[in-house]
Design a protein around this ligand. Sequence first.
Ligand SMILES: [Zn+2]
Length: 697
Amino acid sequence: MKKSILITLLALWTGYAFTQTQNSLDNLFSKNGEIYFKFKPEFQNDINRLTKIISIDNVDGDIIIANANQKEFEEFLKLGYDYTILPHPNKNFNPKMLSVDDLKNIKDWNTYPTYDAYVAMMYQFETDYPLICDVFSIGQSVQGRELLVAKISDNLSTDEDEPEFLYTSTMHGDETAGYIFMLRLIDSLLTSYGTVPRIIGLINEIEIYINPLANPDGTYWGGNNTVSGAIRRNANSVDLNRNYPDPEDGPHPDGNPWQPETIAFMNFAENHHFVISSNMHGGAEVCNYPWDTWSQYPADTDWWEYVCHEYADTAQTFSPSGYMSGFDDGITNGYAWYSIAGGRQDYMNYFHQCREFTLELTNTKLLSASQLPAYWGYNRRSLLNYMEQVLFGIRGIVTDSITGQPIKAEVFILNHEADSSWVYSEIPVGNYHRPIYAGTYDIQFSAGGYITKVIENVNVTNKNTTLLDVQLVPENFFQVNIKVFLEGPFNGTDMNTDLNSGGFIPLYQPYTGSPWNYTGTESVVSVPVNVVDWVLIELRDTTDASLATGETMIGWQAAFILNNGSVVGLDGSNMPWHVATITNNLFMVIWHRNHLGIISAFPLTKTGGVYTYDFTTGAGQAYNSGQKDIGGAWGMVAGDGNGDGIVDDFDISVTWTSDAGKSGYWRGDFNMNGQTDNIDKNGFWLPNFGQGSQVPD
Ligand SMILES: [Zn+2]
């Protein structure tokens, strides 16, 4: 009995204790859904385990300051650490608020806006500066608040050769100084555009994106009219800066689904090509550069140290002693401070080739409203300096060497890159931007379907731009060097250019009709000198000329034939080119609008990317001797006025008869002197009567 009473009592007591603990825990989380606390880990390397259980907020000597929701805290309790609960940063925080009605009176920026005032202010920027400011939402928070972005640039709706730059703040809702700084930055950029040369330059040369408030539910956790209840997490009690895919820890390092805020930013990053960015926080005063997740340093550590020191040094110069001067003189490597997984900085660097650092602006997370102007003063020059860095380093445009069209190419610094540090040129402009520390670099440009190109000894100095436009040659690109004569215009040495000097040659290729029905759009503004006429050249890929039927065609194009017999492209000088893979041998067919088509008897020979063939040196250069001796050379047989492959009655009764007596560009003008007359009939049709083209069908 006694024993059973004791057991019952024990059970009652432990149950009571459990209930008490549960109640006090519930109370602890009832207001904010999260707590801050501190403790001392047993081993320094325990941080790597702890950072996946709770949100480490700061590490100060051997003390860890952390934030947790109830579930995370219960996991933490199982580890048995002694801990001290800290007052939440929002305790006793009750700043002066700015309402929508007060907006027009804002000038000192020593208030926090209500949520409605914030939204109104953002759209007012666009209303006031429609030519250089576009405000839009990239999505909504859990509770339906807007994630707003201001785009500031000239020519807002045009894709230009300009780098994209991003500032975003306050993904931790209770780290609010950056939120106000970003509103103020937008305001100062817009109001300075007409007057301050440096600002005009930044807006004209950069596509600037600014998101002042990445976690509005956290900041307005106390309601839309106050930031006094601001918390770190979003409305699902998820730390958004642990919620991103991580290079080391996979897509969901925190075990939570991606939050609406996270998804909106991932889509935003996916749809843009941010070159550099910064992500603003509070609770410390330091520039935290990659990586946060692992110990290896980034490829561009020297650049990171340079731009972060530039930021911190400038801030120190314009602030009282002690501001942003801790750590390594105001900067730190992320992992060296403390490791996190799922942070946005690493996500942007690793998955979007965007150089993003974490900017910790104020030791006090919720800076009092009256201190905002002073801290803005400490930071505003640094904010512009960092933005300007996006213009420096190596930049240029990558294009197709043949078409001039922009290409998406990988831009890879040899013996330098690591962990996604390389960049890409982007469509539709083909521009790339590679911020990099001063030095001399060998750069490799590559893209699918193009021959990789390495440009050596590219010199970079800090705060300067090295311009490097690059043309990539398509793989399987080749040129054709063809010589062929036409009976009629040939005079024993070369061919007459009477049609050209008469101004008769059309500017658009003339092979659109039957029997060619060629749909190419070749055209010129003026016909180059020495051009005799348009020809249509066709490539066939097979083993032997006798098998080179129409089915073996791999491409064709309209080109010009010059008086010396050279077939050239539309510029009148360069050889025609093609992009194609040749499996067997290349044979060339030449079509002309009133001559019998011919095909090379032998495969074209290739030297240095050029396929060469000369039809003029013997009858047998054309398959089945499909050309004739035209006095000093061999050339294509005249007289096929309707292009049907046979010199017959129709060429006279239909073609020549309708053209006879006319001057100009006519198919009955077999000698191509601009006049259709009896010489064409008797001198060039009659002798060839009955001849047929030897090009296999
Ligand atoms: Zn933070």
